[in-house]
Design a protein around this ligand. Structure first.
Ligand SMILES: Cc1cc2nc3c(=O)[nH]c(=O)nc-3n(C[C@H](O)[C@H](O)[C@H](O)COP(=O)(O)OP(=O)(O)OC[C@H]3O[C@@H](n4cnc5c(N)ncnc54)[C@H](O)[C@@H]3O)c2cc1C
Length: 549
């Protein structure tokens, strides 16, 4: 984890934990219900009742909305900037479980994010995980139609009414945006529409109005950036590719990360001629090398046009509106992709800290990335201000933002002063075609960390691909620190692997041994059974060197 230690846990806890707003201390009605003798969590049936009661007490306790907090008067106990995954989780958790008076500010809803537009739900719900996964599902039907022929169906791949997909997807996103607003309302969190800006350690300005809070949480996420090359203005970013008016016939995607490869899979499945241009010899830098190698072959087998070791230099727009992407490759020379409907730049994202008032409030930013610097408790250089999620650029995933938001609420308002995010063994998936899922170390990391490692691998043909004639193959890999027989990494490629990895992540996080895994009986017939039947290592590393198995 990146971050700096601004103070110790005990300092943080004594300054932040244990102070309860006066209006709560004054409430005989609420004290036994919410906190009991110790601070107990409310059940799901208790919470809505408690929230309604809280609203009444808040209204009674202060006619102008200001709350007394020791020597200070604040409008809120917690003011969160940004109603994305991390911000909503933190505010809801604090309000529902600890009776905190909380507010969240968020910019007005729009399909595409900007300096003035956002919407409750944030990137994941409106412009990330959710719409992407809906489109992954949509694209996967193409393969299902093809595969069905071998199973007896007289099917042809039908045409697609792209606009219907977009309309239905947008309806679902509108619904989810409303759900997020309701979730906040249900928890008694005040929703303030507008762009928030820090003024000082306890003040946020939204639409010209100032709000004070004992604690402020920065949860503003990040936005896609564009490569600084000539013609970049003709390119689109991930917000745009999720909402195209027409299905492109031909497109190029620049970038070798998971977002690039997921969109490549989606559009390739929908039938667009899809090119992926990236700098590295293999896509998905940071993933296990063998996984990268295997999946690159599978991507090509699925019909993706991969252009490795290439750096885009220019995008040109012709009179017919079509784009040309020019790239330079040391190995392959000049690569010119013509007749493109779109060029997607999926090369990076930047934390939303521009014009956020961090400098004015004294919140330190990382010089290079612009991310908010935090310590292990998500506390910034200003003790009353915390930050969670992508804006801190620790591990930019939704469940991580949720974990950070919840840990923050527990640490600052709950009864666990030591609560902090735990970054060990976080599973993740790439929803490309085929999908990839993993938990723990890559082989390279395992060999770096441990002297002796056993590597179990298996390449297999999914059963569904037998009658269909589909050439796609799956891959599984288990890494074992052999001195202790502990499983330290699991890597999967193939259908349903995102679903399979979650359960194995529990086992790996609990420190499962290989011997224990070998005692588990497989579910037959399934792909997942492969994971409990790998008995012989494919290779062994002893004293950091490869020895014959
Ligand atoms: C295309 C794509 C696909 C992804 N797929 C996955 C996936 O499959 N799985 C996964 O785990 N993660 C995925 N992610 C990452 C995931 O979306 C983020 O990690 C997650 O949304 C981070 O949550 P957050 O709360 O930090 O920020 P966000 O969700 O970005 O929320 C920040 C909110 O703050 C608002 N805001 C910004 N500035 C201000 C301001 N000044 N005032 C008020 N409001 C402000 C924004 O409008 C936004 O709503 C994906 C991301 C992208 C772009």
């Amino acid at each position: 984890m990146r971050g700096v230690a601004y103070h110790t846990a005990s300092q943080a806890s004594s300054s932040q934990v244990g102070l309860r707003p006066v209006w709560l201390q004054q409430s005989p009605l609420l004290r036994p219900t919410i906190f009991g003798s110790t601070r107990t969590l409310l059940t799901s049936t208790q919470r809505p009742r408690a929230c309604r009661a809280l609203k009444q007490v808040r209204a009674q306790s202060s006619s102008n909305g200001a709350q007394h907090n020791g020597a200070h008067e604040y409008d809120f106990d917690l003011f969160t900037i940004g109603a994305g995954s991390g911000g909503v989780r933190a505010a809801r958790w604090a309000a529902s479980n600890y009776g905190v008076k909380a507010a969240v500010c968020e910019m007005p809803f729009a399909r595409k994010s900007s300096d003035v537009a956002g919407g409750a739900g944030g990137t994941c719900v409106l412009r990330g995980c959710v719409p992407k996964k809906l489109m992954v599902y949509g694209g996967e039907f193409a393969q299902a139609f093809k595969d069905s022929v071998g199973f007896g169906w007289d099917a042809e791949v039908p045409g697609i009414t792209w606009q219907r997909l977009m309309e239905n997807k947008n309806k679902e996103l509108d619904r989810l945006n409303g759900v997020y607003r309701m979730l906040l309302d249900g928890a008694g969190v005040e929703y303030i529409e507008g762009r928030g800006k820090l003024v000082d350690a306890h003040t946020v300005e939204v639409g010209g109005k100032k709000y004070t809070a004992k604690n402020i949480l920065i949860a503003v996420g990040g936005r896609a950036t564009k490569l600084p090359i000539p013609g970049a203005e003709h390119a689109i970013i991930s917000d745009d590719i999720l909402d195209l008016p027409e299905l492109p016939k031909k497109l190029a995607i620049v970038g070798g990360g998971y977002i690039a490869l997921e969109f490549a899979g989606i559009y390739n499945n929908f039938g667009s001629e899809t090119h992926v241009v990236y700098r590295q010899p293999l896509p998905l830098r940071g993933f296990d090398e063998e996984v990268r190698q295997f999946v690159a072959e599978q991507y090509e087998q699925h019909g993706l046009n991969l252009h490795p070791e290439a750096s885009p230099t220019e995008i040109q727009k012709g009179a017919d509106g079509k784009l040309t992407l020019i790239s330079e490759s040391k190995k392959h020379g000049k690569i010119v992709l013509e007749g493109l409907d779109h060029v997607l730049l999926a090369t990076g994202r930047k934390p939303n800290t521009k014009n956020l008032g961090c400098e004015e409030a004294g919140v330190e930013l990382d010089e290079k990335s612009g991310a908010v610097k935090v310590n292990e408790f998500s506390q910034t250089s200003v003790p009353s201000i915390y930050a969670v999620g992508d804006v801190t650029d620790r591990m930019n995933l939704t469940p991580v933002a949720l974990m950070e938001g919840m840990a923050f609420a527990k640490h600052v308002f709950g009864d666990d002063a030591e609560a902090k995010p735990d970054y060990d063994f976080i599973p993740s998936a790439v929803f490309s075609s085929p999908p990839i899922a993993n938990v723990g170390l890559s082989e390279e990391q395992a060999v770096e960390k441990y002297k002796n490692v056993d590597v179990f691998t298996s390449s297999y043909k999914p059963m569904k691909n037998t009658l269909s004639g589909n050439e796609g193959r799956g891959f599984m890999k288990i890494l074992v620190a052999s001195d202790t027989d502990t499983v330290v990494g699991v890597h999967l490629i193939g259908p349903e692997t995102a679903e399979i990895i979650q359960g194995f992540a529990v086992a790996v996080k609990m420190g499962v041994s290989k011997k224990m895994m070998d005692t588990v009986v497989g579910v037959h017939p399934s792909s997942a059974e492969e994971l409990v039947t790998m008995r012989t290592p494919s290779r062994q590393i002893r004293d950091k060197s490869l020895v014959p198995a």
